[in-house]
Write a protein that binds this ligand. Structure first.
Ligand code: UDP
Length: 315
């Protein structure tokens, strides 16, 4: 297949682009490099720098595309609370431009990078795809709005769409690792503490969990990436499928820090800090649907995620 990968210079998009190339697909990466890195774009891919509004249509109109894998997005929850306008425009607005370009050029298959943030505070865990979607912040709301738009484009325009709702993505795929200018994620922040000897902040230790810290479902970026190739193969005209992607197992913040201590062999100091607004106690995915429908299985556990992230961690 010939595939357009939006956001292919970012963490997850670059991994999936490289997996597509390994599977002999043709890849064109479109990324405005606002948060991505040009050196993360696989040398075997063609690269176009620009926004979706500027470039999606001319790129798709250049011909031969079978599908779009859509990763380009703004993804900082806190920033989305401060600047919802920027998130609605950057995520929903840019995506509508992409969908319009797809409709105009007859490219109708899309795999979309959605998020567990669409569920907000869950009533029950593990979270299944039919759980109520009540996002707790503009970031999750913009991703949910895109999921709604995809359902409509499937119904009215014959698009074949798959949304993958990621839980906590971690690890590295070869040298492709998380490199965010503003790093909010737990594992890189713990590894930063291993390198700098500054303590890592534990946001809340009075949650309703066994050790009082939040429990999350961590998934290796390589496992996550493989799901996109399976999804691409099942995009069917007129259908929008939605799948959660996680391991189905939860680890607390304290447990993650402990695994990081074991992997790095460094003491890693941790200090209690106030809760981060909007953090639910426990988020664990039910990935039963994608296992049953696509035969996807996660194979890489938390220790491998931390080992791979640590191997690539700047120090
Ligand atoms: N967390 C923390 N210290 C950090 C970063 C994150 O205690 O420096 C906690 C955060 O409050 C949450 C969990 O680790 O309970 C995972 O946070 P992350 O930002 O990695 O992912 P999220 O679950 O918010 O998508």
């Amino acid at each position: 297949m010939k595939v357009l990968v939006t956001g292919g210079a970012g963490y997850i998009g670059s991994v999936v682009a490289s997996q597509l190339l390994d599977a002999d697909h043709d890849v064109v990466v479109l990324d405005d490099l606002s948060t991505g890195h040009a050196d993360a774009v696989d040398g075997r891919a063609a690269f176009v720098k620009g926004t979706l509004r500027e470039q999606a249509r001319p790129v798709l109109a250049s011909g031969g595309f079978d599908a779009v894998l859509h990763f380009a997005a703004k993804s900082l929850v806190g920033e989305s609370v401060e600047r919802p306008d920027v998130y609605w425009d950057g995520n929903l607005g840019e995506t509508l431009a992409l969908l319009d370009a797809m409709r105009a050029t007859g490219v109708k298959k899309i795999v979309f990078s959605s998020t567990a943030a669409v569920y907000g505070e869950p009533e029950t865990v593990p979270i299944t795809e039919d759980a109520p979607a009540r996002p707790g912040n503009p970031y999750g709301a913009t991703k949910l709005a895109i999921d709604v738009a995809l359902t409509e484009f499937a119904r009215l325009n014959g698009f074949g769409a798959v949304s993958l709702r990621y839980f906590n993505v971690a690890g590295a795929h070869g040298a492709l690792a998380e490199r965010h200018a503003v790093e909010t994620h737990l594992i890189p922040n713990v590894l930063r503490a291993a390198v700098t000897d500054e303590p890592v902040s534990v946001f809340g230790s009075d949650y309703s969990t066994a050790d009082g810290t939040c429990v999350r479902d961590y998934i290796h970026v390589t496992d996550l990436g493989r799901a996109h190739l399976l999804a691409l193969a099942v995009c069917e005209p007129g259908a929008h499928m939605i799948y959660n992607l996680g391991n189905g197992a939860g680890y607390s913040v304290q447990e993650v820090i402990e695994v990081c201590r074991q992997v790095t062999g460094r003491p890693i100091a941790a200090m209690d800090a106030p809760r981060r607004p909007g953090d639910p106690d426990v988020l664990i995915a039910s990935s039963e649907a994608i296992r049953a429908d696509l035969g996807w299985e996660p194979v890489l556990g938390l220790t491998t995620m931390v080992e791979d992230a640590w191997r690539e961690f700047p120090r």
